[in-house]
Design a protein around this ligand. Structure first.
Ligand code: SAH
Length: 255
């Protein structure tokens, strides 16, 4: 077998990322670490094919049915949202590091959460944890207005530049702690939280309009993905899936 140094480095980085940084990972999902190597820069066609395969094998096969979600994931160039050294792994079945100790979530988890939000084209949606901006772009494909808050300033700035570059400048971004939501833009039809608090942030529930859905991971090490639905009679909560996300930092940690 002919394994060169860059390939070894790539495998090492992937193993490290899988071990250390597993934000947005379904604990049930099977990890595959064998897709591509960092030095192999894929051409557009190959990327489209990798994306097709990702949607078919990782997402549709695991039960995500919403055609609009599948189309968005098929369309978005996920490789543009990850650092260069991980681009060849952009369509593999795992979260990837995006710098500052943060990760872009596993594709399946993003699709699953997007479907669980039950978005309609005119909906207003809030995301807490912009990260790379990938989920925000998926939301922009599915909803009418997208607001997203990121607490790590350089990540927020990079995401803003990337989203503008890709034509998603109508996504409204804010740098700051998302624990209290975005009251001036509330109420929202949907809220998605992509970092895990150990309790449901009350302000976010308040910012859901009646009929609105919130999908969020809650817990410390073992977390559950919850969906809260605000109804005329109160808030209904469902437990969707065991997951693992990076912790929500800031005010959430002090409660
Ligand atoms: N949705 C992202 C991935 C999320 S990783 C994507 O598509 O790439 C979780 C993100 O939440 C990280 O970028 C982290 O910095 C951010 N975060 C953590 N606590 C936060 C808080 N209190 N407010 C806003 N963002 C927060």
């Amino acid at each position: 077998m002919n394994v060169d140094l860059p390939t070894l480095r790539g495998i090492w980085l992937l193993v490290l990322s899988a071990l250390l940084l597993n934000c947005g990972l379904s604990r049930n999902a099977f990890l595959q670490l064998n897709e591509g190597s960092p030095q192999a820069s894929l051409d557009d066609d190959a990327q489209r094919q990798a994306r097709e395969r990702m949607v078919r094998e990782q997402i549709a096969n695991r039960g995500v049915r919403d055609a609009r979600v599948l189309a968005a994931m098929r369309k978005l160039p996920r490789h543009r949202f990850v650092p260069e050294e991980f681009q060849a792994s952009a369509y593999s079945d795992q979260p990837l590091p995006i710098g500052h100790g943060q990760t872009i979530s596993q594709p399946y988890i993003m699709a699953f959460m997007s479907e669980a939000l039950e978005l309609k084209p005119q909906d207003r949606v809030l995301e807490i944890g912009t990260g790379s901006g990938y989920q925000a772009a998926v939301l922009a494909e599915l909803a009418g207005e997208v607001y997203s808050i990121e607490i790590v300033e350089p990540l927020g700035k990079e995401a803003a530049a990337r989203l503008k570059d890709l034509g998603y400048e109508r996504v409204k971004l804010r740098i700051g702690d998302g624990y209290r939501g975005w009251p001036e833009a509330a109420p929202f039809d949907a809220i998605i939280v992509t970092a895990a608090p150990d309790h449901v942030p009350p302000a976010l529930v308040e910012q859901l309009r009646e009929g609105g859905r919130m999908v969020l991971p809650v817990g410390r090490f073992a977390q559950d993905l919850l969906r809260l639905r605000r109804t005329a009679k109160g808030v209904v909560q469902e437990n969707l899936l065991p997951v693992r996300f990076v912790p929500m930092v800031g005010e959430a940690e002090k409660k």
